[in-house]
Ligand binder design. Sequence first.
Ligand code: RTP
Ligand code: MG
Length: 140
Amino acid sequence: MSVERTLSIIKPDATRRNLTGKINAMFEEAGLRIVAQKRTRLTKEQAETFYEVHKERAFYGELCAFMTSGPVVVQVLEGEGAIAKNREVMGATNPANADDGTVRKLYGESVEANSVHGSDAPETAAQEIAYFFAGTEIVG
Ligand code: RTP
Ligand code: MG
């Protein structure tokens, strides 16, 4: 397993409940290092572009509206096998199906308001990181 980077987003349902620190602690305890991080509010255009792969899905419009409904914390996580490790810490997309001890089990409100995003593969991780961060903003 090699050192990877993945793009993580703490979603508006979690920032609204002031959970950024608790979620970051879960990442760090799992051995992931936060090597870039910013709090921002996504524009409609940013959300639509970021989730373009889902544009034919019924939930696309609502998802983009949700992701622009409040602040998000966009971050780059680094570590051994970071992409899979982050998805383990996140848990299943639907909090009802997520394992005990995962972010989504602990904090997810619904399949949409599920507290966190994480890249799903090396190619998407690279694209998603480049979408939000300049190379100079990532300090490993
Ligand atoms: P993510 O991309 O956010 O890390 O989550 P994921 O891979 O587990 O889920 P994905 O299938 O990529 O879906 C992206 C996000 O869309 C919302 N969603 N809503 N209403 C629905 O049925 C539904 N399904 C997915 C969730 O916010 C999900 O994280
Ligand atoms: Mg996904």
